[in-house]
Design a protein around this ligand. Sequence first.
Ligand SMILES: Cc1cc2nc3c(=O)[nH]c(=O)nc-3n(C[C@H](O)[C@H](O)[C@H](O)COP(=O)(O)OP(=O)(O)OC[C@H]3O[C@@H](n4cnc5c(N)ncnc54)[C@H](O)[C@@H]3O)c2cc1C
Length: 312
Amino acid sequence: MAGEEIARACPSTYLSSRASAFFCAGAIKLFGSKEQQDQYINAILNGDKVGAFAYSEEQAGTDIAGITTVAKKEGNKWILNGKKDIVVNAPIADVFVVLAYSDKNAGKDKGMSMFILDKSASGMSIGTPIETLGLRGCPIASVLMNGCAAELLGKEPGKGHEELEKLLSIGAIGIAALCVGIGRACMEGANAYAKTRMAFGKRIGVFQDVGFRLADMFTYNDLGRMLALRAAWGINQSEKNAPLLSACAKLFASEAVTKIVNWGMQIFAGHGYLSGSDIERYYRDAKFGEICEGTSEMQRAFISKYDLERMA
Ligand SMILES: Cc1cc2nc3c(=O)[nH]c(=O)nc-3n(C[C@H](O)[C@H](O)[C@H](O)COP(=O)(O)OP(=O)(O)OC[C@H]3O[C@@H](n4cnc5c(N)ncnc54)[C@H](O)[C@@H]3O)c2cc1C
C-alpha cells in the first residue's frame, strides 16, 4: 500500500527506495546472520546507508545460471570477480548484496551464494549512470568487481539461488504495487482532464468512448491492486500458493498498466504526446513492469507449470 502511494507520485523514488529497503535490507533480514542484521538493517531503513541488489548480468537476466561473477574463499573473506551491468542505486549505494557462484561445479541450485559488499572495497568500480526509457529519476549503473573482499550473506554458502527465488517472489508484489501506483496516477490525471477538456461544446468525458476508457482503466487498476493485496496476504500467512499469487499479481498489474497508460495517452491526445507532460512520463515508466525481475513470459511459464502440477 505504501509502495502504491510512493509510485503514484514518483515511481523512480519507489524503485530506488525498494532496491535499498526491500532487496538489500530485506535480503539481510531474511538470510543474514544476527551480526549482519544488527550492522545493516536499521542503518538502511533509517536512510543512513543506501543499499543495492546486484544479481543479473549482461548475458544472464532471465537465465540466471549464466552469471559469470565468482567468489573464492581466502581465509575469512570471499573475493569477488565479475560485472553486474544494470544495478539500481549503484551510483549512490553504500552496500551491495551480490549474487555470485561460490562453487561453479555445484551448478545454480547448490553453487550460488549471496555476498555483502561494501562500496569502499578495493577493486570495486561503478560505471557512469545509465540512461533509461523511463524511471529516469532512479540512479542506475554497472558494478565492476575486480578482486573485491566481501562477506558471505548468512553462514552457509550454496543457498543463493533459493534465496534469489524467494526475494523475487516477494518482490513481484512490489512491482505490482509500482504498476498500480503508475496506473492510479494516470487514471486520476485522465479523469481530471476528461472533466475539463472541451470538444464540440462538451466536456470530452461525456463522449462514450472516453468514458468507457476511464471505466476500463479503473477496473484494470483495481484488479491489479486486489491481486497484489491478495498475494501479500498469502505471503504473510505463509500460504503454499503465495508464490503463484504474487506471479499472477505482477503479470496482471504490469500488463494492465501498459494498457492504462495507452488509454490515458489517447485521452490526452496531442497534449499528452508532448515531452514533459505527466502522461508522457507514465507511458515511459510503465513498460518496466513487464520486463524486470522476471519478464511476463517467465511469470506465465511459472504460473502454467504450477497449475499443471496442481492439476496432476
Ligand atoms: C531499469 C532497470 C533496472 C534494473 N535493475 C536491476 C538491479 O537493480 N539489479 C539487477 O541485478 N538487475 C537489474 N535489472 C536487470 C533485470 O533484472 C533484467 O533486465 C531482467 O531480469 C530481464 O533480463 P534480460 O534483460 O537479460 O532479458 P533476457 O533474459 O535476455 O530475455 C529476453 C527475452 O527473452 C525472453 N525469454 C528468455 N528466456 C525465456 C524462456 N525460457 N521462455 C520464454 N521467453 C524467454 C524474455 O521473456 C524476454 O522477452 C534492471 C533492468 C532494468 C531495465
